[in-house]
Design a protein around this ligand. Structure first.
Ligand SMILES: Nc1ncnc2c1ncn2[C@@H]1O[C@H](COP(=O)(O)OP(=O)(O)OP(=O)(O)O)[C@@H](O)[C@H]1O
Length: 312
C-alpha cells in the first residue's frame, strides 16, 4: 500500500539512452533525473525542445523502457509493482492515435477492457458526457473533428479512474473553445483529487494552470518549485509612467534602466529586491515631470524560462 502522503511521482537517478540507429549515434536523453511531483497538484513539466519531457512522460506511462533509475508512481515502484503503478496513471498522448472504425463508446469500452476494468465499474456514459461526446457516442471515430478526437483521447486516458493524469502538449494547435473546455475539465478532475501533470509550449498556459513547475534541460532538472516562487526569481519589474508631453528622461537611482516606449511612456526597469518603486517616483517628481498614470509590469514565465534555459 502507498504511504498516506506519498508524492504522486518520485523519480530518482533516471537515465535513458536511446540506442544508435543507422548513422545516428546513441542518444542520452535523461542524465540522472531526480523529480518529485506532489500529490493533488497541477504540475507543469517544461523545457526546450529535446529536453527530455516526452521521454520522462513515456517512461512514467510504461511506454518507454528506462536505462536505469527508479520510478515510483502513487507509492508503487514500477519495477516491483508494474501493474499497480500502471493502473495509477493515465496518459493523453500528443498524437491523435484513434482507431477510425470504432465509435467513441466502443473505443472507451475496449480501453477499459485493456485495463481490466470490470463492466460494473465502467463509467463510459459519464466519461462521454464529461468530454462532450454524448451525441457522437455512436458515430465512427473517423468522422470526428480533430477537436473531438482529442476529447476522446482525454476520455480514453480516464477509463480506469487513474490517480494521476498526464497531458502531453494537450492544446497544441487546438482552438480557444476546446482549450477552455479542456482546462475546465482538468480543473474539475483536479478538484476531485486527481494529480495532473502537463507539458506545454505555451508558457502563459503553464503560468495560469500550474501550482508547481519543473524545468528540465538536456536531460537534467534545472528547478522544481511553486509557480509564484519561480516567477519571483526574475527579480525584475518595470514601472511604466505616462508623463504627458514631457519626454525627458530624469536622473534615476543606480541600477534603473530607463527608456521611452513607442507610445511615449517612460519605462523604468528595476530589481525589486534592491529598490522600491517610490525611489523612482521621487526621482521623477524631483525633476518636475508630471505623472499622469502609473503601472507596474511583472515578469512572466517566459522571461524566467528563457533566462534559465539560455544557451551560452
Ligand atoms: N526514439 C528515439 N530514438 C532516438 N533518440 C530519441 C528518441 N526519442 C527521443 N530522442 C532524443 O532524445 C532527446 C529527448 O527527446 P524528448 O522527445 O524526450 O524531448 P522533449 O523535451 O519532449 O522535446 P519536444 O519539446 O521537442 O517534444 C532528443 O535529443 C531526442 O532527439
Amino acid at each position: 500500500m502507498p504511504a498516506p502522503f506519498a508524492p504522486a511521482i518520485e523519480i530518482s537517478n533516471l537515465t535513458k539512452t536511446y540506442a544508435a540507429s543507422g548513422s545516428n549515434p546513441p542518444k542520452q536523453a535523461l542524465k540522472g533525473l531526480n523529480l518529485q511531483i506532489p500529490s493533488g497538484s497541477i504540475f507543469g513539466l517544461l523545457g526546450p525542445n529535446g529536453a527530455g519531457k516526452s521521454t520522462t512522460i513515456n517512461i512514467m506511462a510504461g511506454l518507454v523502457n528506462k536505462t536505469a533509475g527508479k520510478v515510483v508512481i502513487h507509492g508503487f515502484d514500477q519495477d516491483v509493482n508494474p501493474r499497480q503503478s500502471r493502473a495509477s496513471i493515465g496518459v493523453m498522448p500528443q498524437e491523435l492515435n484513434i482507431d477510425p472504425f470504432f465509435t467513441p463508446r466502443a473505443s472507451l469500452e475496449v480501453q477499459a477492457g485493456l485495463y481490466g476494468v470490470p463492466k460494473s465499474e465502467r463509467w463510459t456514459d459519464e466519461l462521454l458526457e464529461l468530454v462532450g461526446l454524448t451525441e457522437q457516442a455512436g458515430s465512427y471515430s473517423r468522422h470526428l473533428s480533430g477537436g473531438m478526437k482529442r476529447r476522446l483521447l482525454l476520455a480514453k486516458a480516464l477509463v480506469h479512474k487513474p490517480r494521476i493524469l498526464v497531458l502531453d502538449e494537450p492544446t497544441a494547435g487546438v482552438d480557444i473553445g476546446l482549450r477552455d473546455m479542456l482546462w475546465a475539465n482538468v480543473r474539475k478532475l483536479n478538484q476531485r483529487g486527481m494529480t495532473i501533470i502537463l507539458t506545454t509550449h505555451y508558457l502563459e498556459e503553464a503560468e495560469d494552470m500550474c501550482d508547481q513547475i519543473a524545468i528540465i534541460d538536456r536531460g537534467e532538472l534545472i528547478l522544481n518549485e511553486d509557480t509564484a516562487t519561480l516567477l519571483g526569481r526574475a527579480d525584475s519589474k518595470t514601472l511604466v509612467m505616462d508623463t504627458g508631453e514631457d519626454r525627458r528622461i530624469p536622473t534615476l537611482p543606480e541600477g534603473v534602466r530607463a527608456e521611452r516606449r513607442a507610445d511615449g511612456r517612460l519605462a523604468l526597469s528595476y530589481a525589486p529586491s534592491k529598490l522600491r518603486a517610490d525611489a523612482m517616483i521621487d526621482a521623477v517628481r524631483a525633476e518636475s515631470l508630471p505623472i499622469l498614470d502609473v503601472a507596474i509590469e511583472s515578469p512572466d514565465l517566459e522571461d524566467v524560462f528563457l533566462r534559465l534555459t539560455a544557451r551560452n
